[in-house]
Design a binder for this molecule. Structure first.
Ligand SMILES: Nc1ncnc2c1ncn2[C@@H]1O[C@H](COP(=O)(O)OP(=O)(O)OP(=O)(O)O)[C@@H](O)[C@H]1O
Ligand SMILES: [Mg+2]
Length: 263
């Protein structure tokens, strides 16, 4: 079920300028299906601007002056303008469904907009959502009653199953209680390219490539390979411990001293 006329084999980011107008210090960044990339850096360093450039297929016409190529050339007009062909889904903390619909209604509206038959797609989107989030959702729930994590999980599932977008951009959605490793695993299996803007060490280490931003520019591109495996295992354990703590606090427990092994 590929909706794009030309499948995306690569997306290339060409350098622009930093906040004071100096050129960025990289040749190009290529993104391919199945790539997992995180964007890290201090507040205000240009992380969101970087993924915005990708989302709008910047052609030197944004503050950063970067250019985005699709399969090595300038993207065609209909790829940019036609929402049904748009190969990119961007999900941010403020992504919301404005109309108060049920989940089922929301998904079927999207199916219709994409001119797709249901054929189990709707259930598949709800099933996938429920693999990402601890608290399950169902088709009859209202969009406005979903939690932040449930909403974001639904939008990721919707982007994967209904938009069939090959590139998914996520801006700081990690604190929403989503199973991050499950999201990354699924998107990698489904050959999606995923780019996370993140402050979360676990997400940063789960991705294969890490882009470090500073002063509006790409400062460094790290590809740690196996180098961080030990740290990743340790952080996974800490993350699981934090999840347990979060659940205990959520369920109304008073916590006495918390020691590493005693959680
Ligand atoms: N290369 C650039 N040239 C000029 N302005 C830039 C550049 N990169 C980012 N900016 C501007 O700097 C501001 C902060 O950037 P941005 O919102 O991308 O930061 P951020 O890293 O996402 O921060 P946060 O972690 O707080 O979300 C924005 O107004 C953005 O438009
Ligand atoms: Mg930001």
């Amino acid at each position: 079920m590929t909706l794009q006329n030309t499948p995306i084999q690569s997306l290339t980011v060409l350098p622009g300028t930093n906040r004071i107008g100096d050129p960025e210090n990289f040749n190009e960044i290529s993104i391919h299906p199945g790539d997992t990339i995180s964007i890290v850096g201090p507040t205000g360093s240009g992380k969101t601007a970087f993924i915005n450039d990708i989302e709008v297929f910047a052609q030197g016409d944004t503050v950063t002056r970067r250019k985005i190529l699709v399969n090595g050339s300038e993207p065609s007009e209909d790829l940019i303008r036609d929402p049904a062909k748009k190969p990119i889904a961007m999900i941010t903390q403020s992504t919301k469904c404005l109309a108060d619909l049920t989940v089922e209604k929301f998904l079927s509206m999207h199916l219709r907009a994409r001119k797709l038959e249901n054929n189990g797609i709707l259930d598949a989107a709800i099933d996938l959502t429920n693999q990402f989030t601890g608290e399950k959702i169902s088709g009859c729930m209202r969009m406005s009653s979903l939690s932040g994590g449930q909403t974001r999980s639904l939008f990721v599932a919707d982007a994967v199953i209904i938009s069939d977008a090959p590139i998914i951009l996520l801006d700081e959605v990690e604190n929403a209680g989503i199973f991050k490793n499950r999201v990354i695993e699924t998107l990698r299996e489904k050959k999606k390219a995923i780019i996370f803007v993140t402050h979360d060490p676990y997400v940063a280490l789960l991705t294969e490539k890490r882009i470090v931003m500073k002063g509006g520019a790409v400062e460094k591109i790290l590809t740690p390979g196996g180098e961080e495996q030990t740290a990743l295992a340790q952080i996974a354990k800490m993350d699981a411990d934090m999840m347990v703590l979060r659940e205990r606090i959520r369920s109304g427990e008073l916590l006495s001293a918390v020691t590493g092994a005693g959680i």
